[in-house]
Design a protein around this ligand. Structure first.
Ligand code: NAP
Length: 323
């Protein structure tokens, strides 16, 4: 590779580096896309963003990803995905895409340090659970604070947990947690749930589920694991310290789509719209994983979408070459 005067890697024409496939995001979707694009000999470039391994890497143990009967650590699985993709030529850069210009072809991707040109782009930037932003939340994430009941529920067998939120996710995940926990308390900031009627009825009929209304979590406390939560009644201001083993937070998800606004079509929640072939409204731009999936949010489904997006990017490039 050559370099221009500002040190930017250039292709043989002296342009900023022109890539066949650029993948944004290095969660299960981005990593699987990288593996498939690498095995198609497209030498993909992955800009990892700030969360290598994606949300899955935050999970202590993943027990529902096929092929690991004893389970696999979330971070370890991310490392294995990366190693496998690198074996076939994928390149990972710990860079954040700060803006994209999809108005012309090749696409332009800016990072803090350079501009990259891409013939195809796979958007796998994921979604982030909305955080409560209370003291103790960050420090105890993975040590009793969780954003995924499917991933972590098993660790709370016969334990007491609280679920924060009143939407479909909170109620659905709260019901799921009753498979394991001895008691699940749904703590909601109002006195009525946002969740749909069917889920509400199922939760209210469940003997293991209790509700604490008009209440927010003001603080999560514990030394090496969650021990107590400080609850505050928003109407009376009264505070109460409650012993718990786990705090599951479901106060919404936010797809990481800020830099694509006005360019890629999205639903009203900001999830990127695509067809069954992972194609967006812009030919050559594909999506995979939670950035386009408000429904499943599983490692296995995101990985599958990543593979599909890379296969489609490969076909797109073949069509371009053949035209
Ligand atoms: P959501 O519908 O946006 O609900 C978020 C909940 O968190 C709301 O009850 C909200 O309270 C509460 N909340 C927000 N910020 C908070 C804060 N800082 N502190 C305390 N509580 C806070 O999110 P979701 O439940 O993840 O659902 C997202 C979408 O997926 C929805 O469209 C939902 O219908 C859909 N979904 C569907 C299913 C299903 O059909 N089975 C399952 C999961 C999700 P307020 O109510 O006071 O605003």
């Amino acid at each position: 590779m050559d370099f221009n005067l500002s040190g930017i890697p250039t292709d043989t024409r002296g342009n900023e580096s022109l890539e066949k496939v650029v993948i944004l995001g290095a969660g299960p979707a981005g990593m699987s896309a990288a593996l498939y694009a690498a095995r198609a000999e497209l030498n993909p470039l992955v800009l990892t963003g700030t969360e290598l391994g994606g949300q899955a890497a935050l999970t202590h143990m993943i027990e529902n990803y096929p092929g690991f009967p004893e389970g696999v650590g979330g971070m370890q699985l991310g490392e294995l995905f990366q190693k496998q993709a690198e074996r076939f030529g994928a390149r990972f850069e710990f860079e954040l895409a700060t803006s994209v210009d999809l108005s012309g072809h090749p696409f332009k991707i800016k990072t803090y340090s350079r501009e990259i040109l891409a013939e195809t782009l796979i958007v796998a930037t994921g979604a982030s659970p909305v955080h409560l932003q209370v003291p103790g939340e960050k420090e105890l994430t993975g040590k009793g604070v969780s954003y995924c009941a499917t991933c972590d529920g098993w660790f709370f067998k016969d334990k007491k947990v609280i679920v924060v939120g009143g939407g479909d996710s909170a109620v659905e995940e709260g019901i799921f947690l009753t498979r394991f926990a001895s008691a699940v308390t749904i703590v909601h900031r109002r006195d009525a749930l946002r969740a749909g009627a069917i889920l509400q009825n199922r939760a209210k009929k469940n003997e293991k589920i209790g509700f604490t209304w008009d209440t927010v979590v003001a603080e999560i406390r514990g030394k090496d694991a969650v021990e107590t939560v400080l609850l505050r009644n928003v109407k009376t201001g009264e505070e109460q310290l409650q012993p718990v083993d786990g705090v599951f937070i479901f106060v919404g998800h936010k797809p990481n789509t800020e830099i694509f606004k006005g360019q890629l079509k999205m639903d009203e929640q900001g999830y990127i719209l695509s067809d069954m072939q992972m194609r967006t409204n812009i030919p050559g731009v594909f999506v995979a994983g939670e950035v386009a999936d408000p429904h499943y949010r599983q490692v296995v489904t995101s990985a599958g979408m990543g593979a599909a997006a890379a296969i489609q990017a490969t076909r797109y490039l073949e069509e371009q070459d053949g035209s």
